[in-house]
Design a protein around this ligand. Structure first.
Ligand code: NAD
Ligand code: UGA
Length: 471
């Protein structure tokens, strides 16, 4: 029988660490959960009365945090104390694509991860279970174990891999009812088995046993990269076919529906779009490509690289078609961008297709008016800097207008492009929008059937692309 007084900590209070640990706290009231981060601002946001929606807009999250915070859920910037107190430490730090040195542009940057491991090794006061929650290259647990054991206090750290499969916008639902929980560990040794049992015990509080899958460490680490690669591959596959549809008169939604009804294919993740975004798909595939290249699997690397290349092409193709259809010039035209987040129900803009489309249009000297219900002006500014989306010597304020609502963004614009499928865009008064636009008015639907939901469009004199071959 396990103790009821068990403490888990998590290093990294981001999109994964925060919601995941909040769910553990909710479902395991007898477990103390400490979420620690080196970023004090991040911690004070988690500790604030109202979670700042631009930082953590995630449906259902605030309620869970409020129910548990101060009871068995604690957010702290004191990482030492969290490590010392905990029996089990999740590491959920960011592992972005490396930007420098060997593997730049492809390999995962493991700097944060190694710093976290060194931190644990330095301050731990006893044996600990260390759980990889971050997405990591296969065989990282081996290096993690070496770093952790490089202390002279003879402490033992049992490393587990427990990748996270939540998607943003549905994180709380995904965490409450996961398709599966994956736990990789050294299942050949007693200490490894005990550690696996302990983590299984946590999840068993709410996840049916048959959905908790235990594997060896390497299968678990690799499965996470492969799951993301397969999901992204479906999006790139359907996007490639969208280009074919536009040239042939076939309808991408009809094709998606037709193939998706085959149970072997399934109907999810077949929504054509302006391209996938988010912090992980591209990063994880590039990581997979890098691993394959490093071990000499050139053909495998090329195969997966194509998923990312197709996505880049789709984003560029979308912007090019906008320019082409607006009589080959968008110079000084106002273009309304509805949505900036990489998908609905999140304020996250990492790798959002919107910034790439904006960059292309700005290079063509357009002016852009942006409205997103959950992305702040400050965030959009940071993204334009980070992605170097503004032409050299151009000021943000002279080219970009951040608007408080969709009507303001669309007013006086020559075109609208729908970048994010926010539900509220379905309920806009499109007659009013149309009346306020320069004519001829264009709408470009980066979410394909999205504008069709607003059947309204058919009766307007709008030209729209990338959904049906209307032109
Ligand atoms: P994030 O950037 O939102 O959060 C990471 C946090 O870790 C930051 O707040 C940062 O300050 C903190 N941090 C960095 N180094 C630290 C250290 N040494 N000690 C303590 N804190 C430290 O990242 P995220 O989106 O939560 O992703 C975390 C990991 O989870 C990544 O590996 C990612 O690939 C993976 N993942 C993300 C998602 C997602 O939807 N975002 C889903 C599944 C898996
Ligand atoms: C994705 C995976 O779905 C999660 O399982 C995984 O845990 C996570 O990555 C991760 O490792 O970070 P997320 O990026 O939050 O989750 O969101 P998704 O719903 O997968 O969407 C990713 C992108 O693909 C979005 O830009 C979305 O608009 C696009 N997409 C998705 C499409 O264009 N078409 C689709 O049919 C589905």
């Amino acid at each position: 029988k396990f103790d009821f007084e068990y403490t888990v900590a998590c290093l990294g209070a981001g999109y994964v660490g925060g919601p995941t640990m909040a769910m553990v706290a909710l479902k395991c009231p007898e477990v103390k959960v400490i979420v620690a981060d080196i970023n004090e601002k991040q911690i004070s946001a988690w500790n604030s009365d109202k979670l700042p929606m631009y930082v953590f807009y995630e449906p259902g999250l605030e309620e869970v945090v409020k129910a548990c915070r101060g009871r068995n859920l604690f957010f702290t910037a004191d990482c030492d104390k969290a490590v010392i107190e905990a029996d089990m430490i999740f590491v959920s730090v960011n592992t972005p694509t490396k930007k420098y040195g060997a593997g730049a542009g492809k390999a995962a940057d493991l700097k944060n991860w190694e710093l976290a491991a060194r931190h644990i090794s330095r301050v731990a006061n006893g044996d600990k279970i260390v759980v990889e929650k971050s997405t990591l290259p296969v065989r990282t647990a081996h290096s993690m174990s070496r770093v952790l054991h490089a202390n002279d206090r003879k402490l033992h750290f049992e490393v587990l891999s427990n990748p996270e499969f939540l998607a943003e916008g549905t994180a709380m639902k995904d965490l409450a009812k996961p398709d599966r929980v994956l736990i990789g560990g050294n299942n050949k040794e007693k200490a490894g088995k005990n550690a696996i049992d302990r983590l299984v015990w946590i999840y068993e509080h709410w996840v049916p046993k048959e959905r908790i899958l235990t594997t060896n460490l390497w299968s678990s680490e690799l499965s996470k990269l492969v799951a993301n690669a397969f999901l992204a591959q479906r999006v790139s596959s359907i996007n490639s076919i969208s280009a074919l549809c536009e040239q042939t008169g076939a309808d991408i939604d009809e094709v998606a529906k037709s193939i998706g009804m085959d149970q072997r294919i399934g109907n999810r993740f077949l929504q054509a779009s302006v391209g996938f975004g988010g912090s992980c798909f591209q990063k994880d595939i590039l990581n997979l490509v890098y691993i394959c290249e490093s071990i000499g699997l050139k053909e495998v690397a090329e195969y997966w690289q194509q998923v990312v290349s197709m996505n880049d092409w789709q984003k560029c193709r979308f912007a090019q078609r906008m320019v082409k259809s607006m009589f080959n010039t968008v110079a000084d035209k106002r273009i309304a961008m509805l949505g900036f987040a990489f998908k609905k129900d999140t304020g996250d803009t990492r790798e959002t297709a919107a910034v790439y489309v904006a960059k292309h249009l700005l290079d063509e000297r357009a002016k852009i008016a942006i409205y997103d219900p959950r992305v702040s002006e400050a965030q959009i500014k940071m993204d334009f800097d980070y992605y170097e989306a503004l032409p050299k010597d151009e000021k943000f304020s002279s080219r970009i207008d951040i608007c408080k609502d969709a009507y303001g963004a669309c007013k006086g614009s020559h075109a609208i492009c729908v970048m994010t499928e926010w539900d509220e865009f379905k309920d806009l008064n499109y007659q009013k929008i149309y009346d306020s636009m320069a004519k001829p008015a264009f709408i470009f639907d980066g979410r394909y059937d999205f504008v069709l939901v607003v059947g309204f469009f058919y009766c307007l004199n709008l030209v729209f692309f990338l959904d049906r071959n209307i032109l």
